[in-house]
Each structure stands twice: as C-alpha cells, then as structure tokens.
Design a protein around this ligand. Structure first.
Ligand SMILES: CCCCCC/C=C/CC(=O)SCCNC(=O)CCNC(=O)[C@H](O)C(C)(C)COP(=O)(O)OP(=O)(O)OC[C@H]1O[C@@H](n2cnc3c(N)ncnc32)[C@H](O)[C@@H]1OP(=O)(O)O
Length: 734
C-alpha cells in the first residue's frame, strides 16, 4: 500500500498502489498526503497528476476495514477530506487521471483536484450510500457545486455510477480520452500550467439553485423512502446536500461530518450499514463456489461460449435471448411454431431497441450492431452449432425430457445443455441424455434481461467444468450466479413456500391481504406476498396444485377442505382461481385493478366479504394479529426453511441464500438477506418463536425448527461467518 511519485518534465505523477482496486486505506491516504506535500515544495514540479495503478483510479475506502473501525471511519473520512482540501488549495494544478473506477472516496479525491481527465470506459460514482453510509470527505459539498443540485442529488442519494461520456456531459470531468489516460492527463497538465486556479477550486464555487429547492428536497426524501423503504443513509444524503446549498463551504463540511457521525451513533443506521457491507462481500463470496463433493471454483476452468442457443421464445426465453445478445454472444433462437417464432422475434427486437436507447442515454455508444447476432429459426438441427443450449419451454417434465433427448443427439458432444426450470428435477432431465455431466439448471428470474440473479442448479452428475462455465457465463451476462443443489424448487422458491402458506393462513385467521402486504413492504420487501402473487398470476400455483392432486379433479374424494394428508391446507387461492381471479392478468385477484393487466393494486371489498364469509362458514374465530406478529409469522418460517436448505447442503453457505434473496426476491439490502436478518434478530429468539408456533400448530410441518438452527443456538449462536463450518461441506478445500 503506497503512493509513489515519478516526474515527467514539469509534471509529477502520483500513483496510488493498493491492489486489487487501489482502495483508500489509512496507509494509502497517508502515503498520498506525504507525496502530495513533497511535490508542493519541489520547485521543479509545476503540475501534479494523480492516478491509480493497474488501470484503476480508486474504488474508494477499503471496505474490508469498516467492520473493525466503526466510528473511526468517520474520522478517516475527515482525514481524506484534509488530503482533498490540500489538493484543492495547491498553487500547482492537480489533475486526476481516472481509469477504470473512481468510486466513493476515490471520486471524492478526484473532486478535490482542479481537473479530471478520464478514460472513455471509466466509471464514476459516489456509491457510499449503497454501503449504508454517505460521502463524508467533502463529496456532498463539492459535487453539487460542480454539476448542479439536481444531478448531484440523484448521484449521491442513489449511488448511481456514470460512465465517462455521461460524466463529461454533466461537467463532472473535463476531458475524455480513448488512449492512454495518464499520458492524456500529463498533456492536459502541461497545457494548464500557469493558468489561474481560483475558479477550479470547488470550495469557492457557488451552487446554482432552482427557486423551489425545499420542494425538491422534500420530494426527494419521499421518493427515496418509497425506493429504499426504511434505509436511513439515503435520507441523510439529502440533509447533507441541503447543507451544501444553505451554508458556506466550510460550515457545510462540518455539517457533513456531523451527519456522518450520526450514522455511527445510531444502532439502526449502523446495523443497516453492516447489512449492506455484508451484502457486498456476500456477492463476492458466492463466486468462490464449492460443492459437497469438494469441487470448487479453483479446481475447474470455464469454457468460453461463442454461440448459445435458446429453445422457447416465451417471456423467459425472450429475456434470455436479449441478455445473451447484449453480451455479444451469437444466439440461435429456436421455436417449434411459426407464429410463436414471429412473436418472439418482434418482442426481442423491441426489447433490444429499448436497451439500445437506454445505453445511449447512459452514454454508451452501444448500437444494435454491437449486439451478438440472433438467428430466429424453426430448425432444431441448427442447434448443432451451439456451444451451450438453454431450454426455456414451460414447466413440463415430459416436454423437457423430450427436448433433452433430441438435444443429446443433435448437439456437439461437448455442448453444455441447460434447463431454465424454476424447480423441476435436473437429474431426471439429465437422465435422458448421453451426457449428464454437461447438463445443469439455469434458473433465470423474470424479466430475464433485467434481474441480476441466476440460480445455477448442479445436478448429481454436473461436472465442475459445467458449473464453472455457467458461472462464468453469468458474469459475462452481468449477472450473479449462485450455485445451488438440486431439490424441488431449489433455494429461493423453496423458501418462498412456507412464507406464502403462512401469509394465506393469516388471512384465514383474520388478516386482510393489504394488511399483511403493508407490514412486509414497510419492512422493506419490494412487494408483499399478495401483491407479488397477483403479479405472478394465481393460476401458476393453482395449475401445479391441480397437477399434484391437492385440488381439482385429481383430489381424492373425502379430502377435508382445510387439510391434506394431515397437514393444514388453505383452499383460499384455489377458490379465487375457480372464480377466475388470477391476479393482474384478469384485473382481479387478492386485489382489484383498474383494468385487466393493470398494476395498481386496490383493496377489494369483495375479497373482504369473501374472507368474512369463509371464516364464518368454517367457524374460524378472527384473531387480532399485531404488525410484529405478522412479520414473525411470515419471515421466521422462510428463515427456518433457509436453515433446512443449509443443513441439506442445497446452499453452501448463508451468503448464498442472502445473495439469492437480495437479487431475486426483492429483499431489502439494508436488511442483508434473510439469514443475515436472522443473525441480527438473534437465533435464540427465532428458535423460541418457531418452537411456540409449531407447538400450537403441529399440523404445519414447516414451522418445525430446523436441526441446524437448534444446533447453532446450542453452540451459543456463533456469528454468521462461522455457520459454514457447521455444514457438511468440505470448505477446508477452499
Ligand atoms: C483513510 C481514508 C479512508 C477513506 C475515507 C473516505 C470514505 C469513503 C467511503 C467510501 O469510499 S465507501 C467505498 C465506496 N466504494 C465502492 O462502493 C466500490 C465497491 N467496489 C465495487 O463496486 C467493485 O468491486 C469494483 C471496484 C467496481 C470492481 O468490480 P469487479 O467486478 O471488477 O471486481 P470485484 O470482484 O468486485 O472486486 C475485486 C476485489 O476487490 C475487492 N474490493 C472492491 N472494492 C473494494 C473496496 N472499496 N475496499 C476493499 N475491497 C474492495 C473485492 O472484494 C474483491 O476482492 P475479493 O477478495 O476477490 O473478493
């Protein structure tokens, strides 16, 4: 960790060195300060360029140290601000040469410089808020002065990252280069030697403010509350920016410090910051996958994928085609029906047009010709050219097996065969092929071109190379691949089961859909269980329950209305479906909608009356349930299933589950994920509640506390990072 100096003519080049991302540790910043002081007094130096080693300016503060430093990180921010201020006050021009990334404290350092030159592919952002803190080294005071109130408000409160061309338009940087950035910055420096610097010092620059500032701040807070629910740091960002417009620079800096300090002083804000930082590292942790047999990310090499094929152009297939094409992979899109193929082609083209527009707006010169080419075809034989095939037809085992049988004979012997199923048995599908080691599950989430999560489901025979190839592909697609084991519904959907059942039981017992949703949405979930079910479509679950004989014609005669095989069962969603209430798609479900396909869920008096009559018919006494009880009844069974998933080695660690929930199920990042949340609530509390729930409801097996949860509590509830060592996984091989 160091900063070194070289000189090129009259220009001193200070290089930050702290691999892999030149994070600003205390040592790194001390080192920058030392060299910066040195060059101030060197008469031969007329201008200074600051850059980062290995093509990265700086990814900001060293997050690895946050856990241990607590409140100290707020004084570390002041320390960085002292360096920024020294650069700003320098009588010699200071130029930031930005390659790769300038994020968080890295961008704050660049804002202290008089000029910023960036490579065209560089990304810049004040991302602190995404880690539960906010820019505390002058960022909230300098950015609005540089680019204006509104763009600064957006960047700081959302942690938005912009590419260099957009940064140039915003006025965040002064020049963009496609060549060697350091050389370009040295050249830039030579041209500004001797020019007045006063107007380049952001601390002296006034902020251009619109007249309706207070409305802007208030609206922003309301919007952020909706977007990030109870997340505190976003709200504090607004206060810091308010200080920037209301106070002179030096006082604004003091206010920024005070607000940052308030985060470390509040238990809730500290917990949220911990949760977000945990979520950041959990996403890195899951890339280091391992399987119960000991295969892992180090022991396998991925194969590159030049040509990929997608079978089935329904909603999922279309999204998958789009993300492959966006990653510049050549795609063969196959349908069996001419009409479906044409509809698929049109839909894909439309999405790609929209994506092109968005990319252009983000300053990325990505035109449609830089997408991978797509061949739409009815010819199954064209699959012989694919390195990897993703089957994305509807969930039907017989159909999937038929397709995989064909794939096994058509495709190249080394081609990987993936199935986009959300819960079917991968081994059964693989069994009909002559290459089960090359078969794997790729569970995409809808819309597939947007959602970041990919559940990578290893079958019994999936080879390490197959896992590695698909995990690598997920990175190429800009997704987070999480390796999971093969069991009904895998990880995410399996844990959803007890949660959704419990939410429905709450309706039987006296709650209303809007009441339950409100509690879970206030907790931070993107959508409560009933709004989510209406969005997905109630008919999806209904069809699968009919298929498995839980309802409909296959239901055994004499079955009790509210019981199946001795377990509690609620027919409520079946009855809704029988009445044609499928959710948004029919304009009625647990809620009513303004139109068929409408999005705006409105509580429906019909549902309220229906629930009332249902309870009366089944002589169910309505129980008052507090908000906290609703939360516990829904979340603890979900968490319990998470422990079962860990115990059965379906997920390799709690981080895997949390990454799945944060990226695929709308879990609020400032709550870390369900397993992290359980660790924050305290495992003994979760266990005690589940024990009581189960004792009073022995007909709900999912309430039975997991063996792993009990084991962990017995061991004194070790911190989450130690849970892995309690699992059967051979982590020692990592
Ligand atoms: C004494 C002064 C202290 C300064 C005080 C001022 C306070 C400022 C507040 C902040 O700056 S908060 C931090 C803001 N920065 C960020 O949010 C950036 C986080 N990082 C990223 O977004 C990405 O990692 C990246 C930089 C865009 C690189 O992405 P890429 O996909 O290329 O690689 P990764 O796998 O994500 O990362 C590689 C490797 O580096 C580790 N890492 C990344 N950023 C940091 C960081 N800021 N601090 C410490 N370590 C970081 C990451 O964990 C990976 O390590 P691993 O061991 O391979 O898992």
């Amino acid at each position: 960790m160091s900063a070194s100096k070289e000189t090129e003519g009259a220009v001193a080049v200070i290089t930050i060195r702290n691999p892999p991302v030149n994070a600003l540790s205390q040592q790194a910043v001390e080192s920058i300060l030392k060299v910066l002081k040195e060059v101030q007094f060197d008469p031969a130096v007329k201008a200074i360029v600051i850059c980062g080693e290995n093509g990265k300016f700086s990814a900001g503060a060293d997050i690895r140290t946050f856990e241990n430093i607590g409140q100290k990180s707020d004084s570390l921010s002041h320390f960085l601000e002292d360096v920024n201020s020294m650069a700003e006050k320098s009588e010699k021009p200071v130029i930031a040469a930005i390659e790769g990334v300038a994020l968080g404290g890295g961008l704050e350092l660049a804002l202290g410089c008089h000029y910023r030159v960036a490579h065209v592919k560089a990304r810049l952002g004040l991302t602190e808020v995404l880690l539960g803190i906010f820019p505390g080294a002058g960022g909230t005071q300098r950015l609005p002065r540089l680019i204006g109130l509104l763009p600064a408000l957006e960047m700081i409160t959302t942690g938005k990252i912009v590419f260099a061309p957009v940064a140039l338009k915003l006025g965040l940087i002064d020049s963009v280069t496609e060549d060697n950035t350091i050389k370009a910055a040295i050249h830039f420096a030579q041209n500004v030697i001797g020019k007045p610097l006063e107007s380049r010092r952001l601390c002296t620059k006034p902020i251009q403010c619109p007249p309706n500032m207070e409305t802007i701040f208030n609206d922003s807070k309301i919007k952020l509350k909706k977007l990030f629910h109870g997340a505190i740091s976003h709200q504090l960002c607004v206060e810091a920016i308010r200080a920037a417009v209301q106070l002179p620079f030096a006082e604004g800096i003091l206010k920024e410090r005070e607000l940052l300090f308030s985060i470390f002083n509040s238990e809730q804000a500290r917990d949220q910051a911990k949760a977000r930082q945990y979520a950041f590292f959990a996403e890195r942790r899951v890339t280091k996958w391992t399987t119960p047999s000991g295969a892992n990310w180090k022991s396998a090499s991925p194969h590159p994928i030049g040509v990929a094929a997608v079978i089935g152009l329904g909603t999922m297939g279309r999204g998958i085609v789009v993300c492959l094409a966006k990653a510049q992979i050549q795609v063969i899109a196959v349908e069996q029906d001419g009409k479906q193929l044409e509809m698929g082609r049109k839909a894909v083209t439309k999405i790609l047009e929209r994506e092109t527009l968005t990319m252009q707006q983000r300053g990325l010169a990505l035109m449609s010709d830089s997408f991978g080419s797509i061949t739409f075809t009815l010819d199954f034989n064209s699959l012989k050219n694919a390195d990897l095939v993703i089957e994305a037809v509807y969930e039907n085992m017989a159909l999937k097996k038929e397709i995989f049988k064909q794939l096994s004979s058509i495709c190249m012997p080394e081609a990987f065969l993936c199935t986009n199923t959300s819960g079917l048995n991968i081994d059964e599908i693989a069994s009909v092929t002559g290459r089960p080691h090359l078969v794997i599950g790729t569970h995409f989430f809808s819309p597939a071109h947007i959602m970041k999560l990919l559940e990578v489901v290893r079958g019994y025979h999936s080879s390490p190379t197959t896992i590695s190839t698909v995990i690598n592909l997920s990175k190429v697609l800009g997704k987070i691949g999480v390796v999971v084991g093969n069991c009904p519904s895998f990880v995410g959907n399996r844990m959803m089961g007890p949660y959704l059942h419990q939410a429905i039981f709450l309706l039987e017992d006296g709650c209303y859909p809007e009441e339950v949703d409100k509690v879970l949405e206030e907790f931070g979930l993107a959508m409560g269980p009933f709004r989510m079910s209406d969005l997905v479509g109630l008919d999806v679950g209904w069809r699968s329950r009919m298929e498995s004989g839980l309802t409909g014609p296959k239901l055994l005669p004499g079955a009790l209305v509210r019981q199946r095989e001795g377990k509690r069962y609620s027919p409520l969603p079946d009855i809704l479906c029988e009445k044609g209430r499928f959710g948004q798609k029919t304009g009625r479900g647990w809620y009513q909608y303004e139109t068929v396909g409408g999005r705006n869920a409105v509580p429906d008096p019909w549902v309220q009356n229906f629930l009332h009559d249902y309870r009366k018919a089944h002589t169910i006494k309505q129980k008052p349930t507090s908000q906290n009880e609703i939360l516990e009844w829904c979340l603890y069974p979900l968490i319990n299933e998470g422990f079962n998933v860990l115990e059965e080695e379906i997920a390799s660690g709690p981080e895997d589950i949390d990454v799945i929930y944060n990226n695929g199920y709308g879990w609020p990042r400032h709550m870390g994920g369900p397993m992290f949340y359980a660790s924050m609530v305290g495992l003994p509390k979760v266990l005690t509640k589940l024990e009581v729930f189960y004792e009073n409801n022995p007909d709900i097996p999912s309430l039975k506390p997991s063996g792993l949860l009990k084991k962990l509590v017995k061991q004194g509830s070790p911190p989450l990072k130690e849970w892995r060592s309690q699992l059967g996984y051979q982590n020692s091989k990592l």
